[in-house]
Write a protein that binds this ligand. Sequence first.
Ligand code: ADP
Ligand code: MG
Length: 700
Amino acid sequence: MSLQTFFNPKSVAIIGASRQKGKVGYEILVNLVAGGYPGKIYPINPKADEIDGLKVYPDLVSIGETPDLVIVIIPAQLVAGVLEECAKVKAKSVVIITAGFKEVGPEGKKLEEEIVRIARRAGIRFVGPNCLGLISPSHKLNASFGGDLPVPGGIAYISQSGALLAAILDTANANGIGFSSLVSIGNKADIDELDLIEAFGAQRETKVIAGYLENIKDGNAFVREAEQISNKKPILLMKSGGTEAGAKAASSHTGSLAGGEVAYESAFSRAGVIRCDSIKEQFDFAQAFANQPLPKGPKVAVITNAGGPGIMAADAIEQKGLTFAKLSEETKKKLAEKLPAAANVHNPVDVLGDALADRYEFAIDIVLDDPNVDSAIVLLTPQAMTQSKETAEALVKIAKKKGKPVLACFLGAAKVEPGIEVLRKGGIPQYDCPESAVATLYVMSEYVRWRGRPKRVVRLFSVNRRRVESIVERHLRQGLLDIGEAEAKDIIEAYGFATPRGSIATTADQAANIAQQLGYPVVLKIWSPDILHKSDVGGVKVGLRSEQEVKDAFDLMMYRIPKKKPDAHILGVLVQEMVRTSGKEVIIGMHRDPHFGPLMMFGMGGILVEVLKDVSFYLAPLTAEEAKQMLVNTKTYHILKGVRGQEGVDLEAIAEGLQRVSQLVTEFPEIKEMDINPYVVGAPGTTSIAVDARISLEKK
Ligand code: ADP
Ligand code: MG
């Protein structure tokens, strides 16, 4: 169902319209009227005949027609009854402003479930409850008590916080920022962020979707749909609060590092969603996306009437990794012909402090024509003769013709205000400092890069799935949720990993025999389902070179570990071939996020992983590019690549390992967490070895 009737209704009924100033039921009616809503308004209140000259109806039925949109502002206990009434008159679109539902506790939750049930049955869609309402400026619809109707524009806004929406409205109205719609989603019992993102994605007047969210209802659906929409228009989100289940009760390294926001970060970057850290930043970005074309590339030119701000912009461009445009010879020649001799014809182009509007106009025109320029920032400081208004007019006029993004940064206050007013009306975003303008261009060019990304292709390796199935099934049947090193290695071997040779011993003699067969040196590791981190209890002894050393190590472990962990059930030791690459130890892990599913982790491994925390995350299933990007996103990458004459390691092997684990955890949703730590990787061409692994399961 399209949500279009919500934004462009022919008639609106207000259930709970009130005569009393200050009451929500009055303010909404007043806002609707004051906004100039052209459709029919039906205030409903059994105790009134007339409010501010509008005829009042006792109930929905007595209107005699079906209102397109119904706004509900009566006490929570009465809302279910009103929805029944909506069903009777076949009203399908409802905004429930009323609070006192899920947010107040179990009683309210029950009420909320009831209204959802009624709505589903009757085919009613509703916004709220516990919200501020909705606004659609191009249809002059202000069905909210959030503030005055803003001007129409290209930004659609979704807010999970009503109060924040009120603040945004106030700020936006003071700065002339235009919107296609604003919706306060409240408890989002029915219509949620995803419904709206889809609706706005299809709406022609919406150029950018922005929002503030505290949580996302369905992580997987969100990633899928948001990625589709991001291909057409940018989605800018502010997100507060972490995933509750994040770091809680995590026994793996990956689990304990994956807490909080990591899954959201990955989901957003996968879906092309641009994350914003503040309202200011969000509107800095949104205004540019809504009013300016996208840049074709990263090359930025700066035009200024003062050296200082020009250098600030240049520094910021450098820092962000954008390209400071190199103007062509022809451009420089043209500029030099007309600009005063003291002017700088290189980027940043300095038109000098005495520049009037015409000099700016000339320079902007020439610079924007340069094929080496993808976008421009125009800086202006209010000096004695500066014409802020006229310069803004020239800027608006020229920018329209060039098809390249132009951002303005008029520095100052009262003296530049007339210019800023012109910029606003002309759709040139204005920034209060060069850094903000640069940050915006950076986000725009990243978005362009994202849109041009190669199609995601997930490689499928041929694996021994049956083998894993039988191990997993047996563990689940026996209620064993932790799979220790020995069998975890069987699992990853079935998915193509090499592991050290070795077997289990229960006596010192047996251990020595196995060592003999493997060849020295060997490693001894405690084998117990109750010991997850073996080194912590002295359960790993490496570099054992003789029968005597093996036997001594065995006896020592059997003596010491039960003292440290009296409750642990000790089955024996694992005698293992000692891996002797000059390799580096990395970690490959996975933690299943409750909202977004399997979250892969990569980082510097070994026993220091949780101290160094140099890790990166991404949602499975991974493509080859995504796996490589995970490596690049860590500092470890520089070490692995080889520093200062040291040879690098087999990066391909790590990327492939990540993809293989990604396939494993995608094919086995029972795997809740896992770590391969360390995965020892050597020089390209050598075999990388999974030296330790652990897997934990959950019942599906
Ligand atoms: P845990 O993580 O449970 O403490 P590991 O099996 O990861 O136990 O062993 C701890 C460290 O011992 C590893 O990070 C690695 O440096 C070293 N190690 C363990 N097994 C081997 C092996 N077979 N060859 C070489 N080094 C090993
Ligand atoms: Mg380990």
